[in-house]
Design a protein around this ligand. Structure first.
Ligand SMILES: C[S@@+](CC[C@H](N)C(=O)[O-])C[C@H]1O[C@@H](n2cnc3c(N)ncnc32)[C@H](O)[C@@H]1O
Length: 300
């Protein structure tokens, strides 16, 4: 019988988990608690469209390994696009070791599966489970099929601008712009101006957070990228209105940091500098960027 590992979303409380258990039973699922973690359930059928599902994994095999090579050998049977591992602290290897060792033998295949690998130590033995993410598989299929759906995000539209933030120095500002990259699939530049605080915080944030870093590029200043774009600045001191924003060629929208806004030297390199609204109270950079993306998106 195929088993599915249901990872519960973080918001699910202990009592809510009990309700979910009952609800599934009433719907004729075979359901049991997972001995590996209280945040998970094992079910016998896939489930769809439930907010409490953080991820759903079809379990392929469970075994006790003598050495990592055995696990790599087992992984070699699959067509793999990516390996996501959950490895307990007391296990003598970590995710990077699994991926590096796998890539010494095999290559990732863009048409393959996202593999779930979990390992824990019990009675001096390393137990391993391997599965396939079903959610990832479904997302990919629906995205490919459904190009014109409302799920389409900003960066997938033609002629949509890229974003930049100049020298963000709080983790909040950095996080806000990285979220743009992840949620809207737009390309995001972080300009450091070689500022020590900014550089430290960017490194810290990237280390601690699992964002889609492929779309985030860290550069020193606007000079590094300005030749590839029409650059539009955003500032409280701007003289142009949002309505004047037309995207005719590859455009970069650049926002200033919380403390001092865009540098004058950066504004001088912009083809226009836009002020949103007429209030003398500044928005946060992410609010100004969200409003602008919403404005552009609604016009298309
Ligand atoms: C908190 S504001 C910076 C305030 C800074 N003290 C200043 O005077 O520019 C952060 C960034 O958000 C953008 N921003 C905030 N309010 C804006 C507005 N009304 N119009 C255009 N951009 C704005 C600008 O890029 C600004 O640099």
């Amino acid at each position: 019988m195929t088993e599915y590992l249901l990872n519960l979303a973080r918001f699910v409380s202990y009592n809510e988990k009990k309700d979910i258990f009952k609800e599934l039973k009433n719907k004729d699922f075979k359901v049991s608690n997972d001995s590996w973690s209280y945040r998970r359930l094992i079910i016998d059928k896939p489930i769809k469209g439930k907010t409490y599902v953080a991820s759903l994994i079809e379990l392929k095999e469970s075994f006790s390994q003598d050495n990592l090579n055995q696990t790599i050998k087992r992984l070699s049977k699959y067509k793999i696009k990516e390996i996501k591992a959950k490895i307990d602290r007391n296990v003598p290897f970590h995710e990077k070791a699994v991926v590096d060792r796998y890539l010494k033998k095999e290559k990732f295949n863009p048409n393959g599966e996202v593999i779930y690998l979990e390992a824990k130590k019990e009675n001096e033995k390393v137990l391993v489970r391997i599965g396939v993410y079903l959610e990832e598989r479904e997302n990919n299929t629906s995205q490919n099929k459904n190009n014109s759906s409302q799920n389409k995000v900003a960066g997938e539209k033609n002629n949509f601008p890229d974003l930049a933030i100049e020298s963000p120095y709080t983790l909040g500002e950095i996080g806000d712009f990285l979220r743009f990259s992840k949620t809207f699939k737009v390309k995001v530049y972080i300009l450091t101006l070689n500022d020590k605080d900014s550089l430290e915080n960017i490194q810290k944030f990237l280390k601690e957070n699992n964002f889609d870093k492929g779309k985030v590029t860290i550069v020193k200043d606007i000079d590094v990228i300005k030749n590839n774009y029409e650059v539009i600045g955003f500032s409280m001191w701007g003289k142009d209105s949002l309505e004047s924003l037309k995207i005719n060629k590859k455009t970069l929208l650049i926002f200033g940091n919380e403390r001092r806004g865009l540098l004058k030297s950066t504004m001088d390199k912009c083809s226009k500098v836009i002020k949103i609204g007429s209030s003398s109270e500044a928005l946060r950079a992410c609010q100004a960027a969200s409003f602008t993306l919403g404005y552009l998106f609604s016009k298309k």
